[in-house]
Design a protein around this ligand. Structure first.
Ligand code: NAD
Length: 420
């Protein structure tokens, strides 16, 4: 099983980050092994009726990394290249993220290899309900609570709630987070991850003595995370000069109007040809001289070559795993880029998911203002703890973030001991 996981590049990357951090922490071998490998990995084949009358078999996975600190938590991704190893890597990162944020969860992740852009709403609904049906014995509000990730959204969560509730014979909203408001979703959840990306990026600017109104940004990815990160940065006074998505990349020296861009993307499906912008090569976009670069799309987009040429002051990792370990080494050596690592930068999503879960358990609801203010308090506390750990222990922000998360998990495992 280890070989299958390690054959996946993304899992290999998460494993190398873990090994390096475990070495830094001086973790003993037994705890290291217990922390590194996932607890449960489930794979399903799912036949689905397509609109043209065919039956297509899709493959999906759910990985639960650790159950030692509470139920597991993590998104569900719909993307053509989803593999077990990728899902396991994302579950491992979720684990360190929840522990870093001191949320009472372990990490999990799920995914289906499919292309949601080419599927009708009916096909996505049938696939989601089938996946929910397969996962039902293994998920629940005190076992494993899924949420949206790349290619999924509040509607996807609504279908899961409905499938689970129909099976249970009662309404079970606590089974997932990131739900629509009318199904007891939380105010602030949709924008939470992007809001957190912008909040931590501007906190990094503050540390560098750069005023938001003098700052500029480039965002890769204009989905849930990227669009809300861009919008919040614009409201903070930052000029968002460049944005890319799967359709291409655009640039405006004067800054893009993100509210109009959001409407344009909803209408046309992509950022390309947005009025008052010029096209730019997607790879070149990341290398522009701006204060904030926020990769908010996918893994491993910043490799050695890109890292050497980066001209940003703050690298705010909205996506999970956008920077390879080789690129990390270059960024560390350069020393001129303030890295906000993924497990910190995009933790706004899981934090507000936690708030949603707490509200569901209590049959209570908070206002958007309450949610976002609690979120900012929690992000600010963890951000400051991370930066001061890195300063005291003279390590990179990547190592600091992972060390804080991994140590929390390792301590729980040691205290609980080994069963039987
Ligand atoms: P999404 O599906 O809503 O959006 C993805 C965006 O990336 C789309 O705009 C797509 O066009 C773009 N994209 C895809 N390939 C691209 C490419 N090659 N170049 C540029 N853009 C490209 O997904 P999301 O929910 O915004 O997730 C994005 C990232 O953030 C993922 O790594 C995900 O794991 C991470 N994340 C998401 C959440 C969440 O709450 N949704 C929370 C934490 C982390």
């Amino acid at each position: 099983m280890k070989e299958i996981l390690l054959a996946n590049e993304t899992f290999g990357m998460a494993a190398r980050q873990f090994d390096r951090t475990a070495e830094f922490l001086g973790l003993d071998e037994a705890v290291r092994e217990r922390c590194k490998w996932p607890k449960r990995m489930l794979s399903f084949s799912m036949p689905v009726s397509m609109d043209d009358g065919r039956t297509e078999v899709f493959f999906g996975h759910r990985v639960q990394h650790h159950l030692s600190r509470g139920p597991v938590k993590g998104g569900i991704r719909y993307s053509p290249h989803v593999e077990l190893g990728e899902v396991a890597a994302l579950a491992m990162w979720m684990n360190w993220k929840c522990a870093l944020m001191r949320l009472p969860y372990g990490g999990a992740k799920g995914g289906i290899a499919c292309n949601p852009r080419e599927m009708s709403t009916g096909e996505k609904e049938r696939l989601t309900r089938r996946f929910a049906q397969e996962m039902l014995p293994f998920i629940g509000e005190d076992i494993d609570i899924p949420a949206p990730d790349m290619g999924t959204d509040a509607q996807t969560m609504a279908w899961i709630v409905d499938t689970a509730s129909t099976q249970a014979g009662r309404f079970t909203p606590g089974i997932v987070t990131g739900k629509p408001l009318e199904l007891q979703g939380s105010e602030g959840r949709t924008q939470a991850t992007g809001h957190g990306v912008a909040f931590t990026a501007t906190r990094a600017l503050q540390r560098l003595g750069i005023d938001c109104t003098d700052a500029s940004a480039v965002i890769q990815g204009f989905g849930n995370v990227g669009s809300y990160a861009a919008e919040t940065l614009m409201f903070d006074g930052v000029k968002v000069k460049g944005v890319s998505d799967i359709s291409g990349a655009i640039w405006s020296d004067n800054g893009l109007d993100i509210c109009q861009l959001r409407e344009y993307v909803a209408r046309t499906g992509g950022v390309l040809d947005f009025p008052n912008s010029e096209p730019i090569d997607a790879q070149e976009l990341m290398l522009q001289k701006v204060d904030i670069l926020a990769p908010c799309a996918m893994e491993r987009v910043i490799d050695e070559e890109v890292a050497k040429k980066l001209q940003c002051r703050v690298l705010a990792e909205g996506a999970n795993g956008p920077t390879t370990p080789e690129a990390d080494a270059i960024i560390e050596e350069r020393g001129d880029i303030f890295l906000v690592p993924d497990v910190m930068c995009n933790a706004g999503g899981v934090t507000v998911s936690y708030f949603e879960w707490v509200q569901n358990l209590q049959r209570f609801s908070w206002t958007e203002r309450e949610v976002l203010s609690k979120l900012e308090t929690q992000l600010a506390t963890t951000f400051d703890r991370l930066v001061s750990f890195a300063e005291t222990r003279k390590c990179s922000h990547r190592i600091a973030a992972l060390a804080l998360g991994i140590k929390e998990v390792a301590d729980v495992k040691k205290t609980r001991g080994l069963y039987p």
